[in-house]
Design a protein around this ligand. Sequence first.
Ligand SMILES: C[S@@+](CC[C@H](N)C(=O)[O-])C[C@H]1O[C@@H](n2cnc3c(N)ncnc32)[C@H](O)[C@@H]1O
Length: 231
Amino acid sequence: MPTDGVRGEERNPDRPAVDRAATFSSDAGRVWDARYAKAGYAYGTAPNAFLTSVAHHLPPGRVLSLGEGEGRNATYLAAEGWSVHCVDASAVGLDKALRLATEAHVTITTEVVDLAVYDIGPATWDGIVSIFCHLPPAARRRLHQQVVRGLRPGGVLILEAYTPQQLAYGTGGPPVADLLVTLDELRSALDGLDFVIAHELERDVLEGRLHVGRSAVVQIVGKKRDPAARS
Ligand SMILES: C[S@@+](CC[C@H](N)C(=O)[O-])C[C@H]1O[C@@H](n2cnc3c(N)ncnc32)[C@H](O)[C@@H]1O
């Protein structure tokens, strides 16, 4: 049964053998490189359905895509007119992202980073996108603080991630509870955003060979408060 995480490796011989610490730590690049070295696109080339349904909330301008992987979401956003910078631990994934963008006749930029220590920079981005970017709790908390800080006033975060209920589905995502995230945690961690959408739901996630069915997800569209704006 497909999962993005370590127990999935035991069940799926098509995956690299990895241990949990290596998968989601500073060694993430090596592990994801091995996954993305396979032919084809692990999550397909079509953009994430939640992203396409809410992208109109993003202001024009510069978007940072966290854990962009092989480029499906960045390519879509670039084709829609945003200037997209992709960060990910996997150089192999980002190379494929550049190829996908080139094939679509759009331009994106990429940077290999470890999101556990990445500095987003204050008030830098009009939009930040995080699609199924699962990190351990401490790194996740830090990253979400960075996201709030990194958005310009009026800037928008779009996030979709698996919740702990996903463990019962086994249709994708890390099979480890502490890598999954709840709406309650995100509401608290993303203090400083006004939520346009903030909910947990079940939906069919059909993305490439690793996201393959009914899933439990949390979805967020949050806009950074603008102290200068009149209410
Ligand atoms: C499930 S994939 C999702 C990829 C992409 N967002 C998509 O939806 O197609 C998770 C991505 O997070 C990246 N990632 C995991 N841990 C990371 C870390 N510590 N720093 C940077 N990227 C990381 C992986 O390399 C991988 O590309």
